[in-house]
Design a binder for this molecule. Structure first.
Ligand code: DGL
Length: 267
């Protein structure tokens, strides 16, 4: 039996990772939870993020997930230990920070990169510590309005343009080699971010890097779906029904998802 990979985020952002994962591993089945009842995660306390992560992890345990992807930088930076403890030693847990740190350390050693993320991610200092250890210098900025705007469907119009301008128009990223979009929602606004920057920057492709890390973890543990397995079948749940999630999910996954609302108290 091909057990699912659990994957979660506060909302649609993690779907950028889910999409990359399905392109990389089309025979895997995903169990996605969008914790829309608590969106945005970026403004929440560490204790709250741990509580949400524990509740979602329990659902993954109950569903027999063979692996978990924390497809959220805010949760990866603040609640990874909670997920690992809940899943136990035999279920690999892949976060969205470490694979990106490894990639940046390999491709930009001794150089300076820029990073934008939610307040929860930036304030955790996790990227700063890990990249400093890897001898990569950083310029960092919290961009708290961006994820909520994108979740609401504003990622290619005047509203997101205004938000992107507010965070990038002063060209603070100048002189850096690459830009880390340390929020899984942000790739959706990448075009607008690039349009504001005077100097072109390499954008680190977090979703693809994380998909590779998941593939490697599954292969290492012999947990991958067999070569002759049919395409995976997927389960998508939200903790609160929102039209913006349904619409955003359709946009990202390019198909209608069979979306179930499970409510937070059910977690
Ligand atoms: N997409 C998430 C992240 O990577 C959460 C954004 C939010 O809910 O604030 O941080």
């Amino acid at each position: 039996m091909n057990l699912p990979i659990g994957i979660f985020d506060s909302g649609i952002g993690g779907l950028t990772v889910a999409k990359a994962l399905l392109e990389r591993l089309p025979r895997e089945s995903l169990y996605y939870v969008g914790d829309t009842a608590h969106m945005p995660y970026g403004d929440k306390s560490v204790d709250s993020l741990k509580e949400y992560a524990a509740g979602i992890s329990q659902r993954f345990v109950d569903a027999g997930c063979k692996a978990v992807v924390v497809a959220c930088n805010s949760a990866s930076s603040n609640a990874l230990d909670t997920v690992k403890a809940a899943m136990g030693l035999h279920v690999p847990v892949v976060d969205v920070v470490q694979p990106v740190v490894n990639w940046v350390a390999r491709h930009h050693p001794g150089k300076e990169v820029a990073l934008v993320g939610t307040r929860a991610t930036v304030d955790s200092g996790v990227y700063q510590t890990k990249l400093a250890e890897a001898n990569v210098m950083m310029k960092v900025r919290a961009t708290p309005l961006l994820a909520s705007a994108i979740e609401e469907g504003f990622h290619n119009g005047t509203i997101s343009e205004a938000v992107v301008n507010a965070y990038f128009a002063d060209q603070w990223t100048a002189g850096t080699e690459a830009l880390i979009l340390a929020c899984t929602h942000y790739p959706l606004a990448m075009g607008q971010i690039m349009a504001v920057l005077d100097e072109p920057l390499t954008v680190v492709d977090g979703p693809a890097i994380v998909a590779d890390a998941v593939a490697a973890a599954l292969a290492h543990l012999g947990l991958g779906a067999p070569e002759d397995a049919p395409q995976g079948c997927h389960r998508f749940e939200v903790t609160d029904w929102t039209g913006s999630f349904a619409q955003g999910a359709r946009h990202i996954m390019q198909s209608d998802l069979n979306l179930q609302e499970v409510g937070w108290t059910g977690l």
